[in-house]
Design a protein around this ligand. Sequence first.
Ligand code: ADP
Ligand code: MG
Length: 242
Amino acid sequence: MSPIVKVESVSKSFGPTRVLEDVSFQVEPGSVVAVIGRSGSGKSTALRCIDRLETVDQGRIEVCGHDITAPGLNLQQLRRDVGIVFQSYNLFPHMTVEQNVMLAPRLVLKRNRAELRHGADAALAQVGLADKAGAYPSQLSGGQQQRVAIARSLAMSPKLMLFDEVTSALDPELTGEVLRVMEKLAADGMTMILVTHEMAFARKVADEVVFMHRGKVWEHGPAAMLDAPVTEELHNFVGSSL
Ligand code: ADP
Ligand code: MG
């Protein structure tokens, strides 16, 4: 099987600031890649480049068979294939949970009402919130709202899911329920790239870990590399996040 994501020698600057430098890694279908590193090391930018929320200056990125750095990219198809979840969940407050989850499938996939209901129910069941379909976001905890945001992505039947520090804004007692949902998705075979500070979670769920430092892939390997860092930078990072 060929990789579902190929990042090849990608560099990117914001003005004079080099944010990504010769970044390369691959993601195999059905695998989980955790991207770790200090704040400002380029993790979010790398993820945003994969969803084409940012363009790259140099290098090439292939995602789900799309060369997303080529001119003439079908951006709409890319957005269907890739789901992305951020730290802020941004649900529409005036819509119910089910309406939030059905919105993109309704507008983008043009599904009929019965298909929309079925898809939303299935996605909400995947995140353990089947009973909250009629609730409004304000009636839910932060952890539940983040799970709705995950369901909203799942309703599009993505081939790849990107998670950017999705538990960072949550109180510690609410992170577990969101991590459990992601762990179950991984176990069910979803291909995922996740930026996380949750090192225990990365150890447990990730097949591969990418440690970024100063815009570069500093170390890269199976999750076991966290227990035997080669570089001083990873050693210090792992030590500081115990
Ligand atoms: P991380 O997610 O690892 O914390 P980011 O990818 O968000 O790192 O940021 C990497 C660097 O790029 C930081 O120095 C940040 O200030 C800078 N940066 C990110 N986005 C922008 C932007 N839109 N404009 C200018 N600088 C940015
Ligand atoms: Mg970030």
